[in-house]
Design a protein around this ligand. Structure first.
Ligand code: GLU
Length: 552
């Protein structure tokens, strides 16, 4: 049997040998412990939050260890490819503040000495290694049709034995090379499979950096390495690429854990040293009490675009993902309130081994903290950038009032307990609308929120009296409140809770109700930031105008 001739017929025009590539992509010269990791998405056009999650773990580990993080595009399934997806992926990484050292930088461009970083441009490389395996009798062409494979599968299922292409079911495994050559020359379609040396009765012990110690039976399947279109399967491309790109640690979704026996074997057959592996738990959500995978079809929050449209700062989403990666993040953040999240050390073996639960309510809490820590100017910059794309009306209003808006975003920011008003930018309008006449004038009376003890009529009476005698230019907040209190007492409101509780019938209400009426007249809302600050930002003219309109 001449494997050599078979290899030449299968792959006639290859210029290079495996040795050539192994030399071309030498072992990287890096400091001890530096990790070479990658993000390796397929360009399907959909940016899943799970992808960002995986990329973030990789990027953090590379950066922490002063290693290399590269972007490889896995486009060997050309049916699934979507135009523009590569640029979109790169932009997504950028939006999340992730820098990569090597890989695709555009649809056609890349940086780094270990490329090409796009699998469809690496066909020659895969073929060279596949040819070498055929030459050594470790891989072979398989001519079985889809129909015959299906028939075998059905038979195996009916007999309750493991389905697949192995031992006696691997019909083409021992085909004579000359017979195979004749079929190839006749134009029969074929794929290339490995000749698995595995025995399912032998268990392999393995250490996964997240899952810990695991073991599995050796693979005995003659898996496909080159498809009929000449492109490699995921399995083969993974082994070749991660070996030649000198990846030290493969950090990928746990859906690949079941393929690990195949991958370990491929590295062995190819004579490569296997990388370390870390299988990341799948992002799950709680759906009416039961956990399930975050689904691209059912859950809007599976898409990265969801966060952008709702207006979550990407740093909030990143901090939230860090919370999922290591639950110690929350404590670290509490102890280091002003630190950059890049300073948090991500540790793989502290990661939850089972599903990572994704929870929008928790994301909102994290995001409120993140926005609360931002300076007002930064909040403004973020908001205006978001509004320009997603809320043209607010963009128009806000861009004309930059300095006012910065004051608004600064209310109660510098004190010991800064306000946590917003989790995302689409919540801003409802919370600040009253600063804009254009929005405020659209409000109807039924939207006015009042203290329970006050009717609309009574609140109007309060405002009528207050408007006549209040002093706008109080020196301090205390002086302003004393003024409000004095007017309230005059009107028959009580300044002392105990006194009021003892004889409520003697009073019209509490002083807080007077403030409630003022708040209602100015904002129509019962919950707002500090009223004094609001009045200062609105200015005397607007305050007086609002009072007038309120009692009209
Ligand atoms: N292209 C594979 C995927 O998107 C990559 C998995 C890996 O990181 O190896 O699932």
């Amino acid at each position: 049997m001449s494997f050599e001739r078979l290899a030449d017929v299968l792959f006639p025009d290859l210029e290079n040998t495996p040795e050539y590539y192994l030399e071309k992509y030498p072992k990287r010269n890096m400091k001890e412990g530096a990790q070479v990791v990658r993000y390796a998405p397929s360009p399907t056009g959909f940016q899943h939050i799970g992808g960002v999650f995986a990329a973030l773990i990789n990027e953090r580990l590379a950066s922490q260890s002063e290693g290399v993080f590269f972007l490889r595009i896995e486009d060997t399934d050309q049916k699934r490819e979507v135009e523009g997806a590569i640029v979109d992926t790169i932009q997504t990484l950028k939006n999340f503040g992730m820098k990569f050292n090597e890989g695709m930088t555009g649809e056609e461009t890349e940086i780094g000495a270990y490329g090409p970083y796009r699998q469809s441009l690496r066909k020659e490389i895969y073929k060279t290694f596949a040819k070498d395996l055929v030459k050594k009798g470790l891989a072979y062409p398989c001519f079985c049709t889809a129909d015959s494979l299906n028939a075998t599968r059905e038979k195996q299922m009916a007999e309750k034995i493991t389905p697949g292409y192995y031992s006696e079911y691997a019909i083409c495994r021992n085909m004579d090379s000359e017979d195979a050559i004749k079929r190839i020359e006749k134009g029969d379609r074929y794929i290339i499979r490995i000749k698995s040396p595995g025995d399912i009765n032998t268990r392999v012990e393995f250490h996964d950096l997240i899952k810990g110690n695991i073991s599995f039976p050796e693979s005995n399947q003659d898996i496909v390495i080159i498809k009929s279109d000449g492109l490699p399967t995921y399995h083969f491309a993974h082994a070749i690429d991660d070996a030649l790109m000198r990846t030290t640690t493969v950090i990928r979704g746990e859906e690949w854990l079941s393929s690990l026996p195949i991958h370990v074997q491929l590295f062995e057959i190819l004579g490569f040293e296997a990388p370390k592996y870390a299988h990341i738990p799948t992002i799950m959500k709680n759906d009416n009490g039961s956990k399930r995978k975050l689904s691209k079809r059912k859950d809007a929050e599976a898409a990265v675009s969801y966060y952008k449209e709702a207006g979550y700062p990407m740093v909030s989403v990143t901090e939230y993902l860090l919370n999922i990666i290591n639950s110690t993040y929350e404590g670290w953040r509490a102890e280091n309130p002003t630190a950059d999240y890049h300073e948090f050390p991500v540790v793989l073996d502290k990661m939850s081994k089972s599903g990572a639960l994704f929870d929008l309510a928790k994301l909102n809490d994290v995001s409120k903290e993140v926005i609360c820590r931002m300076k007002a100017e930064k909040v403004y910059d973020y908001y205006i950038t978001w509004a320009e794309e997603f809320n043209k009306e607010m963009y128009g209003l806000v861009s004309l009032k930059e300095s006012m808006l910065k004051d608004v975003f600064n209310i109660d920011k510098e004190g010991p307990k800064p306000r946590k008003d917003f989790a995302k930018w689409d919540e801003v309008k409802e919370k600040i609308f009253y600063f804009f006449d254009e929005l405020f004038s659209k409000e109807t009376e039924d939207k006015i929120e009042l203290p329970k003890t006050l009717s609309l009529e009574n609140s109007k009476a309060v405002i009528e009296a207050y408007a006549k005698s209040f002093k706008f230019n109080a020196e301090t907040q205390e002086a302003w409140f004393d003024d409000l209190k004095a007017i309230g007492i005059e009107l028959g409101f009580c300044a002392n809770r105990k006194e009021y509780k003892a004889n409520p019938e003697n009073f019209k209400g509490m002083i807080s109700d007077v403030a409630g009426a003022v708040r209602a007249a100015l904002t129509h809302r019962a919950n707002t930031p500090d009223l004094y600050a609001i009045m200062q930002i609105m200015g005397e003219d607007k305050v007086r105008e609002r009072f007038e309109n309120y009692i009209k």
